[in-house]
Write a protein that binds this ligand. Structure first.
Ligand code: ANZ
Ligand code: ZN
Length: 803
């Protein structure tokens, strides 16, 4: 037998799959479909990382198995190719980002092919392809037409180094997610998408999908729905009201002061009445420099300034209370003003302590001399007039009634979720397909004129005032109004990288369609995605954005399911061998190309599945890789012990059935590591047996095939089995046979263990006794004695009582 030579074998089968296209899928209404999706990568200049193949291999395994089980599997791949790295490279080297993107894609694709993933490459998509982004623009226009896209002057997070506006989500700890520079605020006219209009549905429809609880709660927390009240406080000696949002209207008797955001319009309005206006302005100017994150950081000491000269009236107590400005109240949430209840809110407590403001306990149960009492389950209302004696829950209802009856306010649901800032002042993104006409306002580019293609530019830098480089291209900017035909100007901002990935799973269904983003027929057959795996880092934003777009497409009749992804799973990261995150700077990056060259793709795949719990982060280990290579070498050598029998070897039958069962289940439950371990056990059993039948190895090869597709196809062919594994069927197990048929029966004499005997489970007492008599070590206890009784506890114990 030749030695195992993965490099030759793998190239051979990859070529075969490329030519024969066994993983190509087409609509077939006689077959049940299965749509497996993994997050398509950004084709970076660094190439593939060993973290990439982990999820790709996992769903490749599920896809390969489901195909053998008779399902029509769609497992596609593409490129999320707009984005800053290619653009930053373009700026530096003056190369068109499309050129560098194409080069990176070529490299990524070669690497992916060298892993032997069963993608249907005929469905490859690329978000930067005008035939693709035509439909990204089309969806945007539909949203614009439905009033979900609107332009708004608003403070945005501005990265001074990338010179780009960032979505809240792209600001991490007050810094730009991409370059790490400190983010400042800048006012810009931005296109916004009304994701908030879908906030309730984005929470409520989570009950229809199979996502891990952790991911569901991340989505729910991000949306941040809270039930409360809007409530008016009068400004003393005026008709003006200061409206607050509170989730604790029950505590209104304990509201001893108010706080408004530094941007609150009341400040300008009362400019002349406020005695310390200069001080107020100074404070405001300090605050607006800070990011929202810094402003709301919990454990920083509280600052603020009182608005001297005006007071508010607590509507419950009728008492005059002071009004402050402080950075901990944000203009962008609720009404930008709060009633402060220091006894029962931690931030208010700290503020009141620092500014010596009264702290009035209105819910008993805590010790407010030490800290705020925030429990809402057990406390009883006190110092609260008509609410006294009630539980918090009952008090909330009663006060809400009171507030509504007296016309002081109403119940209100609020969300933390903000509308989505949808514009970037950058080159390498989808142009926003809108035109501004002096007479008609903003007008959408007609569908026949899509896509609005990115024009050629010489410089890719945003302009210093933050406009996109497209703003400098007169031939692009100047156009005519699609409505009235007068000269008009194009929008020059582009879309964020999230746009193309918000609907890509639909384009895979029908990637070459010129008339629609996908045909009705393909959507009806393939959508929704049955199983979507991706990183934990994308479980709030990308998942939320794409669910939002999908719901919109549902509302306009493009798709017929409310949710895009029926099931979501997430893989853990692969760490460096020192347990740290892999990164160039730490010098612990493993290149998959090297592993494939030295050990083979099947070893890489097997190792990445065997490495540990799929959902947990795990360190890379060279020894682990070697162990998997050894396993595959042993698999290779099985060829030498195959006999001519066409049925399972009797003694191996039980473990084979057990293995089929375990693998079939494990592959569906993300337990790829225990599945591989079971195959290793079965291999050892095979070797211990010295000779195995053709059916034994056939089943083994099929079970291992999803994990190690090249070596298994090769052995299959060498043994001379019909066709290829990819067109065979998945083995089935017989539940009865998964139960052990033989047992190790303990044999006792007078209750003392003297030996064991391997017997069939349903062996008769008589037969066992006959065999026991032949055991020498037992014989000496029986010699010359009288057997008075035999106690056989079926399958468990065989006790001979002698005298
Ligand atoms: C009085 C009160 C008493 C409050 C109490 C809490 C506890 P969630 O649940 O996150 O929605 N708040 C309202 N608007 C705010 C803003 N723009 N900036 C900062 N804080 C704001 O939080 C709602 C609570 O956060 C509101 O209820 C309000 O304080 C505060 F014992 O009102 B509460
Ligand atoms: Zn016009």
């Amino acid at each position: 037998m030749e030695m195992y030579n993965p490099n030759a074998i793998e190239k051979k089968w990859q070529k075969h799959w490329d030519e024969e296209k066994p993983f190509k899928t087409e609509i077939d209404s006689n077959k049940e479909k299965f749509y497996a999706l993994i997050e398509f990568p950004y084709p970076s200049g660094q190439g593939l990382h060993v973290g990439h193949p982990r999820p790709y291999t996992a769903l490749d395994i599920v896809s390969r198995k489901r195909r053998l089980q008779g399902q029509n599997v769609l497992y596609p791949m593409g490129w999320d190719a707009f984005g800053l790295p290619a653009e930053n490279y373009a700026i530096k080297n003056k190369v068109h980002p499309a050129i560098i993107t194409e080069k990176n894609i070529k490299r990524f694709k070669e690497q992916l092919k060298s892993i032997g993933l069963s993608f249907d490459w005929d469905r490859e998509i690329n978000t930067t392809d005008p035939n693709y982004y035509k439909w990204t623009q089309w969806i945007f226009i539909k949203m614009f037409e439905k009033g979900l896209a609107y332009k708004k002057e608003m403070p945005i997070n501005w990265c001074p180094s990338c010179k780009v506006g960032l979505a809240n989500e792209e600001v991490v700890n007050g810094s730009c997610e991409r370059c790490g520079s400190e983010v400042v605020h800048k006012v810009k006219n931005q296109w916004m998408l009304k994701i908030t209009e879908y906030a309730n549905r984005l929470i409520d429809d989570l009950s229809d999908v199979d996502y891990p609880e952790k991911i569901k709660s991340q989505q729910i927390n991000w949306i941040g729905r809270s039930y409360g009240c809007e409530l008016d406080f009068l400004i003393k000696d005026s008709e003006d009201k200061l409206k607050v949002y509170t989730t604790r209207p029950d505590t209104v008797f304990g509201a001893t002061y108010m706080v408004i955001a530094v941007e609150h319009p009341l400040i300008e309005k009362y400019k002349n009445k406020i005695d310390n206006f200069d001080e107020i302005l100074d404070y405001k100017n300090e605050v607006i420099k800070k990011s929202e994150f810094e402003r709301t950081e919990l454990n920083k000491s509280k600052t603020g300034v009182e608005l001297k000269g005006i007071k508010a009236i607590n509507p419950a107590t009728g008492k005059e209370i002071p009004i402050f400005i402080s950075d901990y109240v944000l203009m962008t949430y609720g009404t930008g003003a709060i009633m402060a209840v220091p006894a029962h809110d931690t931030r208010d407590y700290e503020f009141a302590t620092k500014f010596n403001l009264p702290i009035v306990e209105v819910v008993s149960g805590g010790d407010i001399s030490k800290e705020a009492y925030t429990d809402t389950e057990t406390g009883i209302m006190i110092n609260s007039g008509f609410l006294d004696g009630l539980s918090v829950k009952d008090a909330k209802e009663k006060i809400a009634e009171f507030i509504e009856d007296k016309g002081l306010g109403y119940k209100k649901t609020n969300f933390k979720l903000r509308d989505w800032v949808f514009t970037r002042q950058r080159y390498w993104g989808e142009p926003i397909p809108l035109v501004y006409c002096e007479d008609c306002g903003w007008v959408a580019v007609p569908e026949e004129e899509l896509p609005v293609k990115l024009p050629e530019v010489k410089e890719y830098e945003p302009t210093d005032d933050g406009e996109s480089p497209l703003a400098k291209i007169e031939s692009y900017v100047n156009t005519i109004c699609p409505k009235c035909g007068k000269p008009a100007k194009r929008e020059t901002d582009t879309m964020p990288q999230w746009a193309g990935s918000s609907w890509y799973y639909l384009r895979y269904l029908d990637p070459k369609n010129k008339e629609a983003l996908a045909s009705k027929e393909s959507i009806e057959y393939y959508a929704p995605v049955d199983w979507y795996n991706g990183g934990m880092e994308h479980t709030t934003l990308h998942l939320l954005y794409s669910r939002f777009w999908h719901k919109f497409l549902y509302d306009i009749g493009v798709v017929n399911t409310k949710e895009p992804y029926m099931k979501r799973t997430s893989h853990g990261m692969i760490l460096g061998n020192n347990g740290e995150k892999m990164s160039k700077s730490r010098g612990n990056v493993i290149n998959p190309d090297d592993i494939i060259r030295d050990f083979g793709a099947d070893t890489l795949r097997t190792y990445e599945m065997f490495i540990g719990d799929f959902e947990k982060a795990v360190p890379w280990s060279e020894n682990g890789v070697k162990g998997c290579r050894k396993f595959l070498e042993k698999v290779w050598k099985l060829q030498g012990i195959v006999n001519d029998k066409e049925e399972y070897t009797k003694e191996l039958e039980s473990i084979i059935h057990k293995t089929i069962k375990k693998i079939t289940e494990d592959f569906e439950n993300l337990k790829f590591n225990t599945a591989v371990a079971q195959l290793m056990t079965l291999l050892n059993e095979f070797n211990a047996h010295r000779s195995i039948s053709k059916l034994d190895i056939k089943t083994f090869l099929i079970l291992l095939n999803p994990v190690a597709p090249h070596i298994t196809e090769e052995i299959w062919e060498r043994i001379g089995f019909e066709n290829h594994i990819y067109n065979t069927t998945w083995p089935v197990y017989d539940e009865k046979k998964t139960v052990d048929s033989t047992i190790e029966l303990p044999i006792q004499v007078n209750g003392k263990l003297r030996s064991t005997l391997t017997v069939s489970k349903d062996e008769s007492q008589e037969n066992i006794m006959n065999q026991v008599k032949d055991i020498e070590s037992i014989n000496k206890y029986l010699d010359g004695k009288n057997i008075v009784k035999i106690i056989y506890v079926n399958g468990k114990i065989f006790n001979i009582v002698v005298k």
